[in-house]
Design a protein around this ligand. Structure first.
Ligand code: PXG
Ligand code: PLP
Length: 439
């Protein structure tokens, strides 16, 4: 640890989503990163099983991005985005829509997934209001859904811990989640059972009245809650019910966007076109914070083209379309194009699936789930100590050169899209040893 850090101590930094006291007693520090690996502060190589926090798709330390960012900083560090523009933002939006679903050709820039979710919810409200349906104010999310930490996102989200202290302030209701180990344990890829769970949306619509509901927001594959897959036909069914009742369908693709499943977006992978897509992770390869909302043309037409001559949407962030983020995003797209990263996960999916399911007979394993380059290994909780096993696995894996994520007793993986077979073998080999060591 550096002398400066030693003197400063760990106390002032209030860490996000971290057990602060526990961490500060026994810190896990990262100091460098290149390709598939981190270097820990004590000089060990750590395989990145999670692409940072699901966000470093092209691997760490990409020179093209570093150069694009430094060039942009030298040329123009910042440009105001309200009533002013800079050319790169327009060029970048134009490049992005080459990769978005057919009818989603407008981009609103944010700085994070949480801001993208807030923005998408607001655009949905603005859309209905623009059509004289301002009474459509309710959103339908899903149990176990994670939509970031804004007050909008925690209201539509379905993770109890994220709202317990803060409440839920938007009118919202929730679909049931789709994780059912009785029917779907150890399914490879999308499970066959459970499409009928989408029909619950009909009951929710009947309860509240379609004319009070603005839209439905779901993660096509729930990431944060532990890789929960949509049953075959489920998302199609949601789309049909939304169409029937005039509800906007929002796919929160903060995790599934930018190639995680082997197609540019989960919308492409599942063949279901939503009305809005929220994105953030991987968009700049995480080199500079950025997020985006991709918007259906008819929504833009209704709110903007048919809107007033003055500001059509009273919304935006100081750093929306920040030039340095746009530069990082452009360079990331170039790497994606050159290295085929939008579809790389499809090439690796089978190797990944076989390797992960090879852990089935390891101690404590209760379920294994996978799609594209996402995967989860769910552990049987230790009696009376839910979450303890997975936490111990994280600590032990880090000691032995592997970075993993956990939520509850679910270990989640999302390696960078550049992952090779040898990394997958090493990841699975290390995890198998870890599971053998923990009690
Ligand atoms: N929507 C979804 C679907 C997400 O996964 C957000 C919104 C919020 O994005 P920001 O950029 O505001 O964090 C997310 C973020 C994990 C983990 O380990 C997941 C997220 C963030 C951090 C950790 O599962 N998801
Ligand atoms: N709070 C204050 C006092 C501000 O002036 C602003 C922006 O001007 C914000 C919050 C919002 O900040 P941002 O645009 O970075 O989201």
């Amino acid at each position: 640890m550096s002398t400066a850090l030693h003197e400063a101590g760990l106390d002032p930094f209030w860490m996000p989503f971290t057990a602060n006291k526990q961490f500060k007693r026994r810190p896990r520090m990262l100091a460098g990163a290149k390709g598939m690996f981190y270097t820990s502060a004590d000089g060990r190589e750590v395989l990145d099983g999670t692409a940072g926090l699901w966000c470093v798709g092209a691997g760490h330390g990409r020179d093209e991005i570093t150069q694009a960012v430094s060039r942009q900083l030298a040329e123009m560090d910042y440009a105001p985005g309200f009533q002013m523009g800079h050319p790169l933002a327009f060029e970048y939006a134009d490049e992005l829509i080459k990769h978005t679903p057919e009818h989603l050709n407008h981009v609103f820039f944010t700085n994070s997934g949480s801001e993208s979710v807030d923005t998408a919810l607001k655009i949905a409200l603005a859309y209905h209001r623009s059509r004289g349906e301002g009474q459509r104010t309710r959103f339908i999310g899903r149990e176990k859904g994670y939509h970031g930490v804004g007050f909008g996102g925690i209201s539509v989200g379905g993770i109890a811990n994220n709202r317990r202290t803060f409440g839920a302030w938007l009118p919202a209701d929730h679909l049931p989640h789709t994780l059912d180990l009785e029917h779907n344990a150890f399914s490879k890829g999308v499970p066959a059972w459970g499409a009928h769970l989408a029909d619950e949306l009909e009951d929710i619509v009947a309860l509240h009245g379609a004319d009070t509901i603005a839209g439905v927001i779901v993660e096509p594959v729930a990431g944060s809650a532990g890789v929960i897959l949509p049953p075959r036909g489920y998302l199609q069914r949601l789309r049909e019910i939304c169409d029937k009742h005039g509800l906007l369908l929002i796919f929160d693709e903060v995790i599934t966007g930018f190639g995680r499943l082997g197609a540019p977006f989960a919308a492409d992978y599942f063949g279901v076109e939503p009305d809005l897509i929220t994105a953030a992770k991987m968009i700049t390869n995480a080199a500079v914070p950025m997020g985006a909302v991709f918007v259906r043309d008819s929504i833009y037409q209704s709110v903007v083209e048919q809107g007033p001559e003055s500001i059509e949407l009273f919304h935006g962030y100081t750093y929306s379309a920040h030039p340095v983020a746009c530069a990082a995003g452009m360079a990331t797209l170039e790497i994606y194009r050159r290295e085929g990263l939008f579809t790389r996960a499809a090439e690796m999916a089978e190797v990944w699936q076989d390797a992960l399911h090879g852990l089935r007979d390891c101690p404590h394993v209760k379920d294994i789930r996978n799609l594209g380059l996402m995967g989860a290994v769910e552990l049987e909780p230790r009696p009376g100590a839910a979450g303890a096993r997975a936490y111990e696995a994280l600590a032990d894996a880090f000691e032995h050169g592997l970075l993993i994520r956990f939520t509850g007793d679910i270990i989640a993986f999302s390696p960078p899209l550049i992952v090779e077979r040898e990394h997958i073998e090493r990841l699975v080999g290390t995890l198998s040893e870890v599971l053998g060591r923990i009690a």
